[in-house]
Unconditional design. Sequence first.
Lengths: 114, 163
Amino acid sequence: MAIELAFDTTATDGWEVLAVRGEIDAYTSPRLRERLTQLMDEGHYRVVVDLEAVEFMDSTGLGVLVSCLKRTKEHQGELALVCTAPQILRVLSITGLDKVFTVRQSVGDITSSA
Amino acid sequence: VSGTRQLPAGAVRLRLPADGERLGTARIFGAACARQFGADDEVAEDMRLAVSEACVMVTQAAQRPAATVVITITRVPGGIAAEVSSNGDEQAGDGSSGQVSAPDAGHAGPTPSDQDADGWGAELLHAIVTDLAIERGPSGQSTVSFTVPLTSGELSREMPGLS
């Protein structure tokens, strides 16, 4: 069974919002990296990754998000997460990355506060 | 099958190509077995994550692309035990029972992860399972075994045929 990952990008209040749909694992995470890298290559360093439609994320997904966060920080930017799914919040919490990322319940919580 | 222990009584086993494309199947299998063995949604979710991380671990540990990954799940007292192993030098399609064909060359296994991701994978496993053991053989085969504990509520329920 092939795992699919889909993206939808919108611009809101100076942020690029990347809505991700599907499951993020060792097989699909290169596609997430590719999409985020593309956004940053285009000069977008304020990025929201909306994980609301993500059903699963493992450690390789975390690796992609962290490496992209580092790159946005190097350009005085930010990579924030939208997430309410308990299973993904738990992965962030176990690894301590809930303290590293800005994690909010909605895109508006991020774009309207910065 | 060489390198694969006999199926314990009551255990369920899945053999699949060591292809990253099949990670989703491995996760569904892990979660479904957990539910079958009396787990609630939270424990089933833990099993889903643990099986996925273990599959990545055994596949990446192989010295060359492993032909197959074998997942065996068993109900044990207090939890659900899983063993995930790769047969590093074994070729798929050798006529063994239940064998499936190897992935095509265009679908290599999981791509190398970020430097920190390997550490997080182990950290995640340590946080959600007990009795974690990682064994690596001389030919690239490796085995990750662990137990996902059941909650007290789950343990108090009667599960005929299981003890």
